[in-house]
Design a protein around this ligand. Structure first.
Ligand code: ATP
Length: 328
């Protein structure tokens, strides 16, 4: 049954990412443009269950496009995983007269949205917001580009100290399941090796490759390691192995951690967030539901949420080849 959408809610869920605020702003302003009411839900699905809503108008999102994090706050909600929790959320959205929901988050958040739709027939639309870029149906998730720039800046700084002391640095970056961040920043930061979950180089080959690069005249080295890399149990084990099996290098570890999630969104992420927010609202107004908006061939396209959740975001093989050639 088609319904006329008169009020849309927006929430941010899962890990925060730069560009989420720009996406909230875009959803709110697109609603204002079409004379649709808009409410912001605080703390993701927790706020939906508790009915923690704010009315948002075009002016309420001023001054946030350049801010990292999310003004609506994000949370991981255990209760939304239960039928009772979702029933309470449905009661609240009904009471508030909300007829559509935009969820900005990762695949877990999309799974929640899809289940909510299946149970109550409630229209939902997803915007991919996560720095890992691990979502199928978009070449870029919100926050990925900003995180790349943040990490490259950190690598440049670490390189200064690495080369002053002839050190070998293992730098751990985010990416539990996919190596998009590691691969891109590794190339951009001139890393000698890039270790990603998709490829297991093996400890011996790693040492061989580092020895080769030293023989070629390099006195310091940077190895970028994705969190989910399978080569060792963790980055400190890698360091111990290289310490034991390579002489003459002072080996150090730097785990970049949560700083990768923060900071002012890049121009790319701000534009992407603005485009995605417009498309999400317009799609709901066209009575579409259960889709994620994504960037494909530089167009904003819809991908069924189910595919976005189940599909795998694959590493760019051309980048792998480029990185191999660059580390010669
Ligand atoms: P990130 O990529 O940053 O981890 P995410 O959206 O994948 O983001 P999750 O913690 O997996 O983060 O999911 C966010 C929230 O979505 C959960 O806290 C939960 O409330 C809801 N959610 C996830 N999976 C389900 C599910 N199977 N059923 C209902 N709700 C879910």
């Amino acid at each position: 049954m088609e319904r006329t959408i008169k009020k849309i809610a927006v929430l941010t869920s899962g890990g925060d990412a730069p560009g989420m605020n720009a996406a909230i702003r875009s959803v709110v302003r697109t609603c204002a443009f079409y004379n649709i009411k808009c409410v912001g839900v605080n703390r993701g699905y927790e706020g939906l269950i508790e009915g923690d809503f704010n009315v948002m108008d075009a002016r309420s999102v001023k001054g946030i496009i350049n801010k990292g994090g999310t003004i609506l706050k994000s949370a991981r909600s255990k209760d939304f995983r239960t039928k009772e929790g979702r029933a309470r959320a449905y009661e609240n959205v009904n009471k508030a007269g909300i007829d559509g929901l935009v969820v900005i988050g990762g695949d877990g958040s999309f799974t929640g949205a899809l289940i909510f739709n299946e149970e109550f027939g409630f229209p939902v639309m997803g915007i991919p917001g996560t720095i890992d870029n691990d979502i199928f149906g978009t070449t870029h998730t919100l926050g990925f580009d900003t995180a790349l720039n943040t990490v490259v800046e950190a690598i440049d700084k670490i390189r200064d100290t690495a080369s002053s002391h002839d050190r070998l640095f293992f730098i751990e970056v985010m990416g539990r399941d996919v190596g998009h961040i590691a691969l891109n920043v590794g190339i951009a930061g001139g890393a000698e090796e890039i270790l990603i979950p998709e490829e297991d180089l093996g400890l011996e080959r790693l040492v061989e490759s580092l020895n080769k690069s030293r023989k070629s005249g390099k006195s310091s080295s940077i190895v970028v390691v994705a969190e989910g890399d399978k080569i060792g149990k963790n980055i400190f084990e890698l360091k111990d192995y290289v310490d034991e099996n390579m002489e003459g290098y002072d080996v150090r570890v730097s785990v970049l951690g949560h700083m990768q999630r923060g900071g002012s969104p890049s121009c790319f992420d701000r534009v992407l967030a603005s485009r995605m927010g417009v498309k999400a609202v317009e799609s709901l107004l066209e009575n579409q539901s259960n889709f994620m908006v994504g960037l494909l061939n530089n167009n904003i396209e819809l991908t069924p949420l189910e595919n976005a959740i189940k599909g795998k975001s694959k590493i760019n093989l051309e980048l792998l080849r480029v990185s191999d050639i660059m580390s010669t």
